[in-house]
Design a protein around this ligand. Structure first.
Ligand SMILES: *Cc1c(COP(=O)(O)O)cnc(C)c1O
Length: 378
């Protein structure tokens, strides 16, 4: 059996272990310490954001963001439907109601038109709209300026889910820095990892200090433990943050590698009938190319579907995955209000994520390319 080729596996540099050893030797084995402070500083410096709180996950960052924006029972939060469930779940943690917005074809991200349609309709129905969560899926920037213009017009704050888009840019500015609050994830499959972790970032210091407060059990200042609010245990470990510090040193290189993997797939496969790629719409958009995705149109491949291709890869021990199944099709969210034209249903039917890890070898890439060419008759 050939060795397994993964979709996106952790890729460590040389320094992670140095930061971890330091945590051990100085006994900073706790959810605070110099690596946590250092990692937060690294993220600020890299993205150009003013402040950052390192947390246990991207999900916890979204949850705290919603709490800080005052999202509570009965409120509505407008979010991309075409995303991972972690974008939406925290809305329900707050007993608020998700309103799902369809994507647009240029970026596969939140459609500004459907967003505005939804806002008007929900306001007409007397709903309280507390936040908008656009997602930059697979690293591709959403039309964040248009979304922000709408958000400003209706005075609704924006939480930018940049969990998949660390290092991506719009007009030369890093994603995660456009919203009132930005969110990153350092889960094991993301472009860099802390083995599990996330960050909440903002130019508003109050949001970030409040996030640190809530993430450490909301302890009021007193010698004993005094609480006037519900708290959470969401702070990142100093050991995890050590991994993160090392990963920040290699992030620029890993982005170059992921982008070159996308280019290789595109150069080798784009002349095959029935396979298409998502390009950056214009030079304002810069994707970290977290995952390379293709659409397989069976009308042009003599009937071969994305599922046929996925199974053929699996037999060869190559991991691929369908694109995210839209939230409005998920059993748990199917009754949420949805605004759109079903674009993401086609993306889900035809879309496949290809192995894209920065640690992929040329040989592994060739194996994937050969198989796809073989299956599609080239
Ligand atoms: C990974 C991911 C998250 C959640 O991050 P975790 O660190 O896994 O909790 C949120 N949104 C999107 C779009 C993601 O891909």
């Amino acid at each position: 059996m050939n060795e397994r080729i993964y979709l996106s596996s952790p890729h460590l540099g040389k320094e992670e272990i140095v930061f971890i050893k330091k945590a051990f030797s100085e006994n900073w084995v706790a959810p605070l310490g110099p690596n946590v402070d250092g990692f937060e500083g690294d993220i600020c410096k890299y993205t150009g954001i003013k402040n950052c709180a390192a947390l246990t996950s991207g999900t916890s960052a979204i949850h705290l963001a919603l709490i800080m924006l005052g999202v509570e029972e009965g409120d509505e939060v407008l979010a991309s439907s075409f995303t991972f469930s972690a974008t939406i779940n925290p809305i329900v943690y707050q007993k608020a109601n998700p309103v799902l917005i369809e994507s647009e074809s240029d970026t596969w991200n939140m459609s500004p038109e459907f967003l505005e349609e939804a806002i008007n309709d929900r306001l007409n129905k007397g709903k309280k709209l507390k936040a908008i969560i656009p997602v930059h899926l697979y690293g591709m920037p959403s039309k964040i300026e248009e979304i922000k213009a709408i958000a400003n017009e209706y005075e609704i704050p924006v939480i930018e889910d940049a969990a998949e888009a660390l290092g991506s840019e719009y007009k030369g500015k890093k994603l995660g820095t456009f919203g009132d609050i930005g969110v990153f994830s350092f889960n094991g499959n993301k472009i860099i990892t802390t083995s599990g972790g996330g960050a909440l970032v903002s130019n508003n210091d109050q949001y970030v200090s409040k996030a640190r407060f809530l993430a450490t059990q909301a302890r009021d200042s007193a010698a004993h433990y005094e609480h006037s609010q519900i708290g959470y245990n969401y702070r990142m470990s100093n050991v995890s943050a050590g991994i993160g510090r090392g990963q920040m040193l290699v992030l620029p290189e890993w982005i170059i590698k992921r982008r070159s993997i996308f280019e290789s797939y595109k150069n080798e496969l784009s002349d095959i009938d029935g396979i298409s790629f998502l390009d950056e719409p214009n030079p304002d958009f810069f994707s970290n190319r977290w995952l390379t995705t293709i659409l397989v149109d069976p009308a042009k491949t003599k009937g071969l579907s994305r599922e046929d291709l996925r199974l053929a890869c699996e037999i060869e021990n190559i991991e691929t995955r369908p694109l995210w199944k839209p939230m409005h099709l998920q059993p748990i969210f199917k009754d949420c209000p949805y605004y759109g034209n079903s674009l993401s249903e086609r993306l889900f039917d035809q879309g496949l994520c290809l192995p894209s890890g920065s640690n992929m070898t040329g040989e592994q890439l060739d194996r994937v390319l050969c198989l796809i060419k073989k299956k599609l008759g080239k």
